[in-house]
Design a protein around this ligand. Structure first.
Ligand SMILES: *Cc1c(COP(=O)(O)O)cnc(C)c1O
Length: 368
């Protein structure tokens, strides 16, 4: 698809960080706290998207009556720009994020945004802030597109005006102390998503509703929460804001199994990517219904050799222990497993351009 980053009016910052200040920020990257010099903004009014613009990063001015502040019409995405070995920059699967963004928009009764604008915003922002894309191992520029409802109206109905924004934050090695397994708490108190609800949409409210369960996990000494289905509180769905994989290994080649999409799971792009990468590595990959009781039995019997979570931010995180009321089960001696590590290395290689991009997942950015 033709690049339309040129349709964005560019207003360069008059006070960007100096090269030295930027270098300082990039030296000890704190994820999600530091943002690049610019942001992309597109407005939706009178039924159309208009005024695509890249301008200095800064506060928004909103009416206190803006409907997003009251009724929560807000969706977001997350994907990354990776520095390639030749110094160029590529986005990873931005088309998939664009498609998912529009599915989220549809669920929240928000307008869809053309893919040319969604990807064009990323291209224009990455081009002007290209010096912010780090090149170290495990480093990238995290891109955060989002859409909010801006009608200044307290009536409950879909807003008629919206803002689409894209901001960018340099991301360092997600595990500066080295990758080590997380512990997870299987919550039977709280659910993330129910059939017919918004579980498949990347909407802000899903995260607000997850915070108390995350706090419950912490109280039980766990790093993250595991979400079970809303009805039986038994079928495993996902972990915090990441999808889960279980490695079955009964003698032969590993089989990597992830919970099937039921409408209540967030369809992760890393999840779908890994189902392909697993095939590349000669593993069998399956999507299945995974009841907690069966998974715990399979871990205990050794049929499951590894569990790991995946998502854009951390790529792959091994899970070393599953706990819940009345049980605690260690996985793979609480160590990083070989299948998770092989998948992680293979995926990072494709993203960073050190392994061939056989699936056509990289989207090069014209740096101008
Ligand atoms: C974003 C998200 C994921 C992971 O999706 P990716 O596209 O792989 O980053 C998984 N679960 C939830 C709840 C999410 O919000």
């Amino acid at each position: 698809m033709a690049s339309t980053s040129s349709t964005f009016r560019i207003t360069p910052s008059t006070a960007p960080l100096s090269a030295e200040q930027r270098q300082q920020q990039l030296q000890s990257i704190q994820f999600g706290r530091v943002f690049t010099d610019h942001m992309a903004v597109v407005s939706y009014r009178n039924g159309t998207w208009q005024d695509p613009e890249v301008k200095p990063y800064g506060p928004l001015s909103l009416s206190p009556a803006s409907s997003v502040l009251h009724y929560g019409q807000a969706i977001f995405e997350g994907f990354k720009a990776y520095r390639q070995p030749d110094g160029s920059i590529s986005l990873f699967r931005p088309d998939s994020n664009s498609e998912r963004f529009n599915r989220s928009a549809a669920r929240l009764a928000m307008p869809s945004i053309p893919q040319e604008l969604f990807i064009g915003a990323a291209e224009a922002l990455v081009a002007i802030d290209q010096a912010w894309v780090p090149s170290g191992s495990g480093e990238s520029l995290y891109l955060r597109p989002f859409m909010i409802a801006t009608d200044a109206f307290l009536g409950v109905r879909p807003s008629e005006e919206y803002l689409f924004l894209l901001i960018a934050s340099p991301a360092g090695e997600y595990f500066p102390q080295g990758l080590k397994p997380v512990s997870v708490w299987a919550s039977k108190e709280y659910v993330r998503a129910a059939p017919g609800g918004t579980g498949e949409a990347k909407c802000a409210g899903n995260y607000a509703a997850s915070l108390l369960a995350q706090a419950e996990a912490k109280e039980h000494g766990c790093d993250q929460v595991i979400w079970l289905d809303a009805i039986e509180r038994e079928v495993i769905e996902e972990m915090g804001g990441m999808n889960l994989f279980f490695v079955y290994r009964d003698g032969g080649a590993p089989v990597v199994v992830t919970p099937a999409l039921t409408g209540t799971l967030l369809p992760g792009i890393t999840r779908s990517t890994l189902l392909n990468v697993a095939g590349d590595l000669g593993y069998q990959a399956e999507e299945r219904r995974l009841p907690l009781t069966q998974v715990l039995n399979d871990i205990a019997s050794g049929a499951i050799s590894e569990v790991f979570a995946c998502g854009t931010a951390a790529v792959i995180t091994p899970v070393g222990e599953i706990k819940g009321r009345g049980f605690a089960q260690t996985i793979n001696n609480n160590e990083n497993g070989p299948v998770a590590m092989a998948l992680r290395t293979a995926l990072l290689g494709i993203q960073r351009g050190t392994a061939p991009d056989t699936h056509g997942w990289l989207h090069p950015v014209a740096l101008g």
